[in-house]
Design a protein. Sequence first.
Length: 426
Amino acid sequence: MKTYIFFQSCLSYFFVLLFLLLFLRLRKKLLFNIAVSFVSFALYCLLAWGKSEDQLWGWQVLAVTAAQILLTQGIAFYLDAYRDFRTLFTGFSSAAFTMACGVPSSAVYSLTKQVWISMVTLVAVNGLALCILAHFIRAYYHTEQRMRKGGWLKLCVVPAVFYITVNALAVFPANISETPQNWLALVMVLILLVVSYITIFQLLAAQRNQNMLQRNADFLTRESEQLSLRLKMNKEQETNMAMLRHDIRHYLISVSAFCKAGDCGRVREILQEAEAWVQENSDKKFCENVMVNSVAAYYIREAEKKKIRFVAALDVPEKLPVHETEFAAVLGNLLSNALEGAEKTKDGRRREIILRCICGGNLFLEIKNSYDGKAIEFSEETGMPVSQRGEGHGYGMLSVAGFVKKYQAEFSWCAENGMFTVKIFI
């Protein structure tokens, strides 16, 4: 019996560590975490061996048990990057998981009295349950850990209740070897534990996706309003140009008068003023679509102000296969990021932006820009670059994510040789 208790305790802790390595957001490299886990496992085995000795009694057993609990939670907090109630929840979950999965092993031992058979059962049940959890909820779990900072203390109730329930049915006051009728209840608790975790985190993920889609819709609406305002300004510029064309005859009369008077200097001044006004108040026509042309012209002017080379090749008709205001918002957000990235390019490298947009049967957008070469972090949730400007920024990329999802577009990116490339294909 003493040998069985020792091996069961050690193997159960092995699966606790495996659970933690899979579900914690590890702050160190994998090999380091494995090494620390190995040291923790060795310490736990020493405590388990001491606990199995017949000389220990009363408060000594309680002290060793408390040391095992502290070691388990301590290693979780040491390995985790968050070190808050998210870590506590993961630690509680690992304990509830291994305790529930250890019940079938205890039942097998009570029937066969064979240590090796019960250990095989322990490994099989723990391994199967851990594979199911890792397959169905690991990605959701990491996403919720990253995105949800509050509410984890309340979630700690779930593994705590399972732990207490299993303990009450199999350890104290009931003992599984003395109350085999509890077998079925314990198996159902184990199944309920796995199903509950899968359901909880899939529901949380579904709710987060719904909220994200709503936010994306709001962002697109705001961007549409801003671009509509920009379009209005563009139309005002066109009105000014029409007025200039209307008044050109007055310029011609003035030029003619000064020519007759022989005042060539004054003629040059008038022509230079007219040329400067035209260049300042008119956008070059890159394509037939007014919205796309307006956005491209705006960022070309901004690039010129910052001495950034801008190459544009646009073949976009007047009508688009998507909502043109939404597409213009996406184009504006991507060009804004490209402008920011190119502006940060240093070390004497050429700062440039290359824009290519073609719309035939399909719509293809490609934007390349030079950047500082630093590692670019991407969101696991959206697949989009994470803003380096900190909290309160990055809404533009959420708008892009909403557009890509809405039109089921293909989105790809590449960062190599000092150039960052984004492509969207619909």
